[in-house]
Design a protein around this ligand. Structure first.
Ligand SMILES: *Cc1c(COP(=O)(O)O)cnc(C)c1O
Length: 380
């Protein structure tokens, strides 16, 4: 789509707040929705719209909305269906802030969490009732790397007229057709694969239009009243990221596959968890749902928290940082960082172990990454 007034090939960063009109009628028409002209940058900006259009073209979605973070996309998507007296059927295996949103932030508003094992279809069937407003899940959980059967969950949800909202951050939408598996809304932290080099925060709500009332809320009162729309600087960087997403992703996924396989042959590691390994319990289901690639996140289990800390301290190529799917490889100990403020009994419920290290594999030579891991293990 050629959407810039000057025909600029790369979409420029529009940093304006308002838009000027020729006469009073035009401005009135824009504000009352009679024309599609943008009227205020809290709800529409050409740089963001350009990114949204491109994602819509790539996914075949009915509507795409950009937000200023993954959490903004997730909270707006959930608020579009939640109401007092409703419940959200989800899992304990959730990104920490999403779990906190569902179990803490929304509680005073009378929205109740129903956390179940989403791989236990019978348990989900029992949990979904007439007051359920959505099933919310992550397509591959982090850091447990668990995969639920999307079609089975969607069947339960749709029988009760309930949408499935899926966080698909860990495998890009360019690789999957989640809508054909029954997902109604995808939410994405575009901070991760899209921004690529860890350049910018962002989030996307990708709406397949199967529950038309959701878009009315998303583009209606929520966008206006919560003010969480994506900023144009992020949209610019993430549009650049989108143009190289597929090649970066494929290379990162191939590197992750190589590293995971190499580590299976390495002593000193208790367990390597990656959904692309044939002996992983979710291997078949993940292939069926997400195609031949398996993302770039894997975990290692070592003997203890102390051994994990020593290992992390010795890494030379991996960066000690949070974030996922940066072009650089990253290592972190989730239990003491991302989940560091959760009490131990809650960590156990979430299956976040003190012995686990999470790796996000980047674009470096995978043999260098394997060498780095081996030297960090050997020197213990
Ligand atoms: C990072 C992440 C989020 C939150 O995204 P932000 O852009 O940091 O707000 C949500 N879900 C998953 C799976 C993530 O990895």
């Amino acid at each position: 789509m050629r959407s810039d007034a000057y025909g600029s090939l790369a979409m420029p960063i529009y940093t304006n707040v308002s838009y000027e009109f020729e006469d009073a009628q035009q401005i009135s028409d824009a504000f009352t929705g009679k024309t599609k002209a943008p009227n205020y940058a809290r709800v529409e900006n050409p740089t963001v719209t350009n990114l949204e259009h491109r994602v819509r073209a790539l996914t075949g979605a009915a509507h795409v909305t950009g937000y200023n973070s993954g959490m903004a996309a997730i909270s707006n998507a959930i608020l579009s269906v939640a109401a007092q007296g409703k419940n959200i059927v989800s899992s304990r295996h959730l990104f920490g802030n999403t779990l906190s949103l569902i179990t803490a932030t929304l509680m005073p508003f009378g929205v109740k969490p129903r956390l179940r094992d989403l791989t236990d279809i019978e348990a989900v069937e029992k949990a979904v009732d007439e007051n359920t407003c959505c099933i919310f899940l992550e397509i591959v959980t982090n850091p447990q790397l668990e995969v639920a059967d999307l079609q089975a969950l969607a069947e339960i949800a749709h029988r009760k007229g309930v949408p499935v909202i899926a966080d698909s951050t860990v495998i890009p939408f360019t690789e999957t057709h989640l809508n054909s598996l029954g997902v109604d809304i995808e939410v994405v932290s575009s901070t991760k694969y899209l921004s690529g080099g860890g350049t910018s925060l962002g989030g996307l709500v990708i709406d397949y239009g199967t529950f038309p009332q959701i878009n009315k809320r998303i583009k209606g009162d929520l966008l206006y009243n919560l003010g969480a729309y994506m900023n144009p600087y992020s949209a610019y960087q993430q549009t650049l990221g989108l143009e190289t997403l597929e090649v970066r992703y494929r290379q990162q996924a191939a590197n992750a596959q190589r590293v995971a396989e190499g580590l299976q042959q390495t002593s000193g590691i208790r367990r390597v968890t990656y959904i692309g390994l044939k002996d992983n319990p979710y291997y078949e289901l993940a292939r069926k749902q997400f195609g031949p690639t398996s993302g770039a996140m894997l975990t290692l289990d070592l003997d203890s928290r102390e051994v994990c800390f020593d290992f992390i301290n010795r890494l030379r190529v991996f960066h000690r940082a949070t974030n996922l799917f940066d072009s650089r490889s990253l290592a972190i100990h989730p239990a003491s960082t991302i989940f560091g403020l959760f009490p131990e009994h809650q960590l156990e419920q979430m299956d976040v172990r003190q012995t686990t290290i999470r790796l996000s594999i980047g674009l470096e030579d995978p043999e260098d990454l394997l060498d780095d891991i081996r030297q960090a293990l050997e020197r213990q």
